[in-house]
Design a protein around this ligand. Structure first.
Ligand code: HAM
Length: 418
């Protein structure tokens, strides 16, 4: 049988020429997180399946259709993380982080796996930068988390962004809404897709998130949750808006967003551009308890790194790509090569990024190669240079040359690093 030599559908290699884009997104996110006092946490790439079936909700598309679930050799059902939140809640409870002073502010950068219909910006293995804040029910933390997401996107240089917010209510007000929704949907029950028919009794709100056209047509004029909110949810939502106003963050109240995961209560939000949603999140005040932890509230978000990079490319944002190599040392003759080999080693000790000729290239070919690499400086080491104990450094950006002694490698460093 022929070996399948293509990456699996819906997965992508990160190629070296794109590495700086990934680093740019991840470092920007981490730097912004630091300014909000958010610390990193890492959890395993797979979890017991229950973490997600109970955490994300068994009427969601993710759990019903998209999880990479398999039995390990000990016959346990495990699942590759389809998202980060439920896994973080599991770790928060298991490691008893709830005993520490609250709030617990955490971030992650993870691969996530969903068996989705592959299309532009929709992959089966994708990556997320996310934040989860545990332990506060204050509306100010909802607004801070939203502001942190917006700040990351602004720091990345993105402009075409729209913040949409909504409130999904709580176990007090949502049952009344569900009743109203069911009443509305009952007339069109036969027109719903099979998955939505199965959701009708258990979780009718899920139907609002269905990707099937016929279901979307039916739910177009459905009642909205904002008309059913209890006083507590209403007050909370108004305060979140007030805090966003204090920061001057523009937003649209969009009753159409419901999110694709079941754990949300109260505030939810999405940040969109004209192509897709780059960030989604919200409050989930019941999940910690549902997964066996104490009564404790939480709020968070995740953004898709591939979607961010596609947006950076689309908006033509120049991403800093520092010189990979400060100095390329070509050689002439065996002795020159040996000296170059040791010189590069010593310069690297001083923090200079060096490359030497491992391909037996002629001086001309070596310079051509160095040019292609986009190095900052080049030099050649041959008999003359060894005899005179001097080399000439050539700055590639303008051709200016600098003569330096081979004895003072600090000076070489100072020139190529300036
Ligand atoms: P989510 O909306 O499912 O939320 O995903 C968050 C972001 O991940 C999306 O806005 C999108 O940018 C990206 N994303 C999702 N699916 C894909 C895919 N198939 N291909 C490429 N990118 C994708 C969550 O995952 C929640 N855990 C967010 C959260 C954290 N809520 C509270 N805390």
């Amino acid at each position: 049988m022929a070996i399948e030599l293509q990456a699996p559908k819906g997965t992508k290699d990160m190629l070296p020429q794109d590495a700086h884009k990934w680093n740019y997104v991840e470092n920007t996110f981490k730097n912004v997180a630091k300014t909000y006092g958010i610390r990193e946490m890492r959890t395993p790439i797979f979890e017991h399946t229950e973490v997600f079936s109970r955490g994300v909700g068994d009427t969601t598309d993710i759990v019903q259709k998209e999880m990479y679930t398999f039995k390990d050799k000990g016959d346990r059902s495990v699942t590759l993380k389809p998202e980060g939140t439920a896994a973080f809640v599991r770790a928060f409870i298991e490691n008893r982080l709830f005993n520490e002073a609250q709030p617990t502010k955490l971030y992650y950068i993870i691969p996530a796996f969903r068996y989705e219909n592959v299309q532009k910006g929709r992959l089966r293995q994708f990556h997320q930068c996310g934040v989860e804040v545990f332990g506060s029910k204050e509306p100010s933390i909802d607004a801070e988390v939203i502001a942190m997401a917006m700040e990351t996107l602004k720091e990345l240089g993105l402009k075409d962004l729209h913040l949409h917010i909504n409130n999904l209510g709580c176990p007090n007000c949502r049952p009344k809404y569900n009743e109203a929704l069911k009443k509305f949907l009952a007339d069109n029950y036969d027109g719903l897709c099979d998955t939505c028919k199965s959701r009708f009794e258990k979780n009718p709100m899920r139907i609002l998130d269905c990707k099937e056209k016929k279901c979307q047509e039916i739910t177009k004029n459905a009642p909205i949750i904002l008309d059913f909110m209890c006083e507590e949810c209403d007050t909370h939502f108004n305060k979140v808006k007030e805090y966003l106003d204090i920061l001057g963050l523009p937003y649209t109240v969009d009753p159409g967003i419901v999110r694709g995961l079941d754990y949300y209560t109260k505030t939810i939000f999405e940040i969109l551009n004209s192509d897709f949603t780059v960030c989604g999140g919200g409050r989930y005040d019941k999940l910690i308890e549902e997964l066996g932890g104490p009564e404790m509230q939480a709020v968070g978000f995740a953004m898709g790194i591939e979607r961010l990079i596609m947006t950076l490319d689309k908006e033509g944002i120049e991403i800093p790509n520092e010189n990979l190599v400060d100095l390329y040392i070509g050689d002439r003759g065996e002795d020159g090569k040996k000296y170059a080999f040791k010189l590069a080693h010593d310069l690297r000790d001083l923090g200079v990024n060096c490359e030497i000729n491992h391909m037996g290239r002629s001086v001309k070919a070596a310079m051509k190669f160095a040019n292609k690499l986009g190095v900052a400086f080049t030099t050649i080491l041959g008999e003359d240079e060894l005899q005179n104990e001097k080399i000439t450094l050539k700055r590639m950006s303008d051709g200016e040359t600098f003569e330096v002694s081979l004895k003072t490698i600090e000076e070489i460093k100072n020139i190529v690093k300036c």
